[in-house]
Write a protein that binds this ligand. Structure first.
Ligand code: HGY
Ligand code: MN
Ligand code: MN
Length: 414
């Protein structure tokens, strides 16, 4: 079901081969996963490979000041393209599909059209955005945030990563400090193909997710300062132990998420004690809190109660608290017409389809600020992601990429 007839389909073998080739860049030993943190040499190698595939398709390639890369296939008319894409940076324990599927799926759609000798009415673009994961440089979705004008380029360049380098320094070092204007001119529409990274589609037996939106995300880093001391000689009543407060906070985040109920989630993913030694009461504890909800008022309540708990627990222990917000994005609703097109395309191709929100953050939640936007999900086996064991069946990948082809054709025909 496309404006170009029902007989155009992607090549799943070509798409799987590209996913495998990209996963070969810093593979995680003994797994199907790979590790390419944003703006590292591995990220550069991945970028270079994907750009070479874009060049092979004779696309017009632009690189902007935050390293976003957009490749455009000319249409019958000029003007804003219908855009697809995602990210190719990974978390350190990444799978091969998170982000990569949306970018390589878009390249596959364009190659399918090229091979069929089809020129879309509107231009079609495929892009990858810098630092979607936010594992090295916070916030996450950094490249797409700058792309839509949500953060000034200078501010993004000055962000210092977990290893002390800035975004600007690293972009220059890997040769992806581009000149394309920012914020970018809004595309006509944006559609992102992505793995679900959760258990819903597989558990409920659906092949395609027609995303209704993305839940709100809040990341905060807390630094607690107590008094480092000897673990053997310091009586318990005289301790000021930041490690204790950090652990109580982690337990509270879980209890609060359970109290607020689904879809509230809360995670303390990073705890760093200093000096982190078996026989020393810690001097400092630095930890992160990731809380999310589709309802912004509940998310605000969660943020407030967590901060209150930490301040009270720190006060009881005689420990000081400092905090900084690493990311805060409100929930986003996708465009009803794009959601409808995803659902209709899936049904026309004979696939089961479920409307659902996204638990994970995506570049689409930024593009939704400037153009009609939607997402296509395919199932994650056992809901596993941000884990080298991440897997999606080839038949589901093929279904998702064909839905992407159909939806892009429908949007490009307008
Ligand atoms: O954290 C997220 O949801 C995304 O993977 N950056
Ligand atoms: Mn992703
Ligand atoms: Mn991810």
């Amino acid at each position: 079901m496309t404006s170009f007839g029902p007989d155009i389909h992607i090549s799943i073998n070509r798409l799987l081969a590209r996913l495998a080739a990209l996963a070969e860049i810093n593979p995680i030993e003994g797994t199907a996963g790979c590790s390419r943190l944003a703006l590292t040499d591995h990220d550069k190698a991945g970028r270079d490979l994907v750009v070479s595939w874009m060049r092979d398709l004779d696309l017009d390639i632009s690189i902007d000041g935050v390293g976003n890369v957009v490749a455009t296939m000319a249409g019958e008319i000029d003007g804003p393209p219908v855009m697809c894409g995602s990210h190719i940076d990974t978390v350190p324990t990444g799978g091969r599909y998170d982000g990569n599927l949306g970018v390589l799926g878009g390249i596959e759609v364009i190659e399918t059209l090229r091979t069929a000798g089809i020129t879309p009415h509107r231009p079609i673009a495929v892009g990858f955005f810098t630092d979607e994961e936010g594992a090295r440089f916070q916030p996450d979705m950094l490249g797409s945030l700058v792309y839509v004008g949500g953060m000034a380029l200078e501010e993004a360049h000055d962000i210092t990563g977990i290893w002390g380098k800035t975004v600007g320094e690293e972009l220059e070092r890997i040769g992806y400090l581009g000149t394309a204007p920012l914020p970018a001119a809004p595309p006509a529409a944006y559609v992102e193909l992505h793995i679900e990274q959760g258990p819903v589609l597989e558990t409920e037996g659906f092949t395609i997710g027609a995303l209704t939106g993305v839940q709100g995300i809040s990341w905060t880093e807390f630094t607690l300062t107590g008094q480092s001391n000897h673990a053997g000689t310091t009586p318990m009543a005289l301790r000021h132990d930041p490690g204790l407060v950090a652990c109580r906070a982690a337990a509270f985040v879980r209890e609060l998420a359970l109290e607020l109920g689904h879809p509230q989630v809360g995670t303390v993913g990073r705890i760093e004690l200093d000096p982190n030694l078996v026989n020393v009461v810690p001097a400092t504890a630095t930890f992160t809190v990731d809380v999310r909800n589709t309802d912004n008022s509940v998310l605000l309540e969660a943020e407030r109660r967590i901060t209150e708990f930490i301040e009270r627990a720190a006060d009881e222990e005689g420990v000081s608290v400092a905090s900084r917000k690493l990311a805060r994005f409100d929930p986003v609703a996708f465009d009803p017409t794009v959601i409808d097109k995803v659902e209709a395309a899936a049904k026309a191709l004979g696939h089961s389809v479920k409307r659902m929100p996204s638990g994970a953050g995506h570049d689409a939640q930024m593009l939704a600020r400037v153009c009609p936007t939607g997402m296509i999900f395919v199932p994650s086996h056992k809901g596993i992601s941000h884990n080298p064991a991440e897997h999606t069946d080839p038949s589901d990948i093929e279904a998702g990429a064909n839905v992407l082809l159909s939806v892009l054709m429908e949007l490009a025909a307008q």
